[in-house]
Design a protein around this ligand. Structure first.
Ligand SMILES: [Zn+2]
Length: 262
């Protein structure tokens, strides 16, 4: 099957060698790869589900940041105190983001208690206004996890607030060009990918970054994150004609096209 046939089999989905292409409108005004901000409920979500896109953008000359709303400290195994595990998560995130060349940003909400309210939406709005991303990647809302659901809602409002010129904050408004949702085993309900990103060139570095987290290797729970996400990238690669791919879902508001002709 050739690439055209792949595209036909994927319906309206697009297969991309990078997010920073004009076909999805994520190129910066100067024509260079822009800035991506991944916003995750927990650091592991950020690296495992959004990290490959971050590495890809950075490798192409753009820049990336991971904003974690919590440290994911309540995922601690019995033998490790929750506070200590939170610091382990922070250290792992700093090492992982350093390896891939991204910035690590944190808010301080307690794990399992991310609020969806004006305060949290404005806090994320302020981070967006400070970092000025062209693209934001976050959780899809089809999740059983309360933190993931609230992160999705918080980011939705934060992107709106960030671009609202008449909302006065410490920093001027910033309009995010595109919002994508990452594929996450906990957010799988009604997740329908429409964008397949070729991550082959950054696959090994992405795995190295994920490996800083004990949970990646199944050391803190039952779930085999490494097997799941590495296999998922192969499966998504099979569907898109790449060796390894990250599948993303566009925000429904971005799917409207306005061509002058077909
Ligand atoms: Zn999570």
């Amino acid at each position: 099957m050739n690439r055209r046939s792949f595209a036909q089999s994927l319906g309206s989905a697009v297969a991309l060698s990078a997010l920073a292409t004009s076909s999805v409108g994520t190129e910066s005004p100067t024509g260079t790869p822009g800035r991506i901000m991944a916003i995750a409920a927990h650091p592991g979500d950020g690296l495992f589900t959004m990290g490959a896109a971050l590495v890809q953008q950075i490798q192409r000359g753009g820049s990336g940041a991971l904003l974690s709303l919590t440290l994911g400290e309540r995922g601690a195994p019995k033998e490790i105190p929750v506070h200590h595990y939170g610091e382990m998560q922070r250290t792992a995130t700093e090492k992982a983001t350093h390896l891939i060349g991204a910035d690590a940003l944190f808010l301080t909400y307690p794990d399992a208690e991310i609020p969806f309210n004006e305060e949290s939406s404005l806090a994320v709005c302020d981070s967006i206004r400070e970092y000025k991303p062209d693209v934001v990647i976050t959780h899809w809302n089809g999740s059983w996890h309360k933190d993931h659901q609230n992160c999705h809602l918080v980011v939705r409002d934060a992107v709106f607030y960030a671009g609202l010129e008449t909302l006065t904050r410490n920093r001027p408004s910033h309009a995010v060009s595109r919002v994508f949702y990452a594929e996450n085993w906990e957010d799988a309900n009604n997740f329908v990918p429409d964008t397949y990103l070729d991550i082959e060139a950054v696959y090994e570095k992405w795995l190295q970054a994920c490996d800083f987290y004990p949970m990646w290797r199944g050391q803190t729970g039952f779930f085999r994150y490494n097997d799941y996400y590495s296999a998922l990238s192969i499966m998504r690669g099979c569907l898109s004609g790449f060796k390894h791919a990250a599948a993303l879902m566009s925000d429904p508001a971005q799917r409207v096209r306005r061509p002058q002709s077909l």
